[in-house]
Design a protein around this ligand. Structure first.
Ligand SMILES: [Zn+2]
Length: 289
């Protein structure tokens, strides 16, 4: 009996040992997955317009603007699995054709959970189509306003910096200066998205915020000379600037803007020259793919 008890104890210890080993391996796997936690931001080459896709490693997807055509659909097809027909959040920075048109098509083809926009009114057929589609979509609709924080994943969030107050129900012909400005923050790395704001709004942002510093800046209004004032570039102090631009008759990006960026020694990538620009970050640094 004593012998048998000893043997049982030995077996029990062996089982316990094996369980401890399995547990250690399991934790090592969990740890390696969690250190892989990252963020991808893709500036789609959609011609003369903006369209930016954000995805966290746990699958939260955001689309900021849709560009002027159908290119966004093909781009989403490249980034998303073929069976994935759902986008967590779409953001319309402002209701201009080069930002909005592609989103209309995305609304028709994907299931959208949340929609963030300014609620500003324009008297255009495209705007009416947008309004109809978002009402039909059944998504949660958020009106952008300073101070909002949208959590995408652990330690990854979007902070809304502008408009300073809700613009819902207001009507304007020129919506560039109503563009949503948002900062995407992942630990020590941040992206600043500026829509098509002009120097006037950039200066207001400089006055309003103590800390606007960002690693990557999506330059406002496709590199137009009416945006990107020196004060703003100096305060944001980006390491990298992305200019979303295609063939156009306005001369975007303007040589003056490019010269200013060069003056500050900022690296510049344009979608016209590089195609889709994918940036991957682990929260401490970023890589351009
Ligand atoms: Zn634009």
């Amino acid at each position: 009996m004593i012998m048998e008890n000893r043997r049982n104890k030995k077996i029990a210890w062996m089982v316990l040992g094996i369980l401890v080993c399995i547990n250690t391996v399991a934790w090592a796997v969990v740890k390696s997955v969690s250190t892989d936690h990252n963020l991808e931001v893709v500036f789609f080459d959609v011609g003369q317009g903006d369209s930016i896709f954000i995805e966290t490693s746990d699958g939260f997807q955001v689309l900021i603007d849709g560009g002027p055509g159908l290119a966004v659909l093909e781009k989403l097809g490249e980034e998303m699995a073929f069976y994935d027909r759902e986008i967590d959040l779409i953001i319309l920075t402002h209701p201009e054709h080069d930002h909005m048109f592609g989103l209309l098509e995305v609304l028709k083809r994907y299931e959208i959970k949340n929609i963030l926009w300014t609620g500003i009114i324009r008297d255009t057929a495209e705007w009416k189509e947008w309004k109809r589609l978002i009402e039909e979509e059944g998504a949660n609709i958020l009106i952008a306003e300073t101070g909002q924080k949208i959590v995408l994943s652990e330690n990854i969030y979007l902070s809304i910096l502008y408009p300073f107050e809700s613009l819902e129900g207001q009507e304007t012909k020129y919506t560039n200066d109503t563009s949503i400005v948002a900062e995407l923050i992942f630990n020590n790395v941040s992206f600043l998205f500026t829509g098509d704001i002009s120097k006037k709004i950039e200066k207001q942002l400089v006055d309003e915020y103590i800390d606007l510093e960002s690693d990557i800046l999506k330059i406002a209004h496709h590199g137009s000379k009416t945006s990107s004032c020196l004060e703003f570039l100096e305060v944001v102090s980006p390491e990298l600037v992305v200019i979303s631009v295609g063939e156009n008759r306005w001369g975007h990006p303007h040589p003056e803007t490019l010269a200013n960026l060069e003056k500050f020694g900022i690296q510049v990538l344009t979608t016209r020259n590089y195609g889709d620009i994918k940036i991957v970050s682990n929260g401490n640094s970023f890589n351009i793919k």
